[in-house]
Design a protein around this ligand. Structure first.
Ligand code: KG4
Length: 344
């Protein structure tokens, strides 16, 4: 590898219900394509078997589009990075198999990426003609998505340690499951966010979990929300319709408070004041506002990603692949997907 040679990485992401492909040149995004799967809406959640089939249909068109939009040719690609896990096994198998086939055919290195590491490293993605400041090491990252809620110390690009995590449901699951209880379609997180903007966050009070240390728990909150709604409906069958905005604002407020308590504690305990947020739930406007407010109060250097990098995307897989490429961390063609694994 010549020192000044551009490195072009094809990133492939297929861990859940989005089939995504991206091309980056060094740290700069040339294309970032995603094909969602509307089919799951009818079922109120992702159906793994249907997701795998849709990935199978989508992967070639999505990769083709990413390459064309990047304005490169297949022979320009230095390596292919793919999400090895965690995620749905059948879905991961599609991206993994495609990446292996591509790498083998082109005789280029294969790089495996941990999806969670990808969410964190999305903070280092650059867009052409957009200037931004990268977080400096070490920083704390609150990673909140549909499958994970973690607080991570990021010491270097590939040196991360989880110092707190959920012992049951993820924050995104709490949003989605509470949304389901009040009849909102999947994924309910963005809808709760939308309605919460118009409601009173103090209208209803829900008990917050008391979990020691930096860990989270959301399953108790979900259950108490379910009983709360059930009891109110018994008194007034129109309770949800009449109070939808306030219910959304109040449950969102509670989830945010739960998240913020531990972020503040982590910053205090570690003395680290550079804070980042990542994952689908970091799109939540209330959480963003709470983080900005806390950053002002505690003098944190706060890093909030653009909305397009909060949810699953392949550019974050490509950038992680880029940092691994620089360290010659390549995967074997024997690598099989894993459904559950945290960061080291
Ligand atoms: O990171 P992500 O796209 O997928 C993984 O879980 O890997 O996160 C999806 C989660 C879903 O639970 C969704 O409801 C939640 O992120 N989400 C939101 C918002 N946008 C997405 N939750 C609350 N407010 C939002 N604006």
């Amino acid at each position: 590898m010549g020192k000044n040679k551009d490195i072009i990485i094809l990133g492939i992401e297929s861990s859940c219900d989005d089939t995504a492909a991206a091309i980056i040149r060094n740290e700069v995004i040339l294309s970032n394509e995603v094909s969602g799967q509307a089919i799951h809406m009818a079922y109120g959640g992702v159906v793994p078997e249907l997701a795998s089939r849709a990935h199978q249909q989508n992967i070639i068109p999505v990769v083709d589009l990413a390459i064309r939009k990047a304005g490169i040719t297949v022979s320009d690609i230095s390596a292919v990075a793919f999400t090895r896990g965690p995620g749905l096994l059948g879905s991961l198998l599609v991206g993994t198999s495609f990446a292996k086939g591509f790498a083998l055919a082109r005789q280029i290195p294969l790089i495996e990426v941990n999806h969670l590491q990808g969410h964190v490293l999305a903070h280092f993605l650059k867009e052409p003609s957009v200037t931004k400041k990268d977080p400096t090491f070490p920083f704390l990252c609150l990673l909140v998505s549909g499958g994970n809620s973690q607080i991570i110390i990021v010491r270097d690009y590939l040196d991360m340690e989880v110092i707190g995590q959920t012992i049951d449901d993820a924050a995104g699951e709490a949003f989605d499951k509470c949304a389901k209880v009040i009849g909102l379609p999947y994924p309910g997180g963005p809808l709760i966010d939308k309605f919460a903007k118009l409601g009173n966050p103090k209208a209803f009070v829900f008990a917050k979990p008391r979990i020691p240390g930096l860990d989270y728990s959301f399953s108790g909150l979900k259950t108490s929300f379910l009983y709360f709604i059930r009891d109110r409906i018994a008194e007034n069958p129109n309770f949800i319709v009449e109070n939808q905005l306030d219910i959304c604002a109040s449950i969102q407020e509670t989830i945010i408070q739960v998240l913020m308590i531990k972020v503040k504690l982590a910053a205090k305990e570690t003395g680290i004041r550079t804070i980042a947020v990542a994952g689908g739930v970091s799109a939540n406007s209330g959480l963003r506002a709470a983080l900005i407010k806390a950053a002002e109060k505690h003098e944190w250097d706060m890093h909030i990603p653009p909305f397009k990098f909060t949810t699953d995307n392949a550019a974050m897989i490509a950038i992680t692949g880029y940092f691994k490429y620089l360290k010659n961390e390549f995967a074997s063609h024997d690598a099989t997907p894993y459904s559950r694994v945290t960061l080291k």
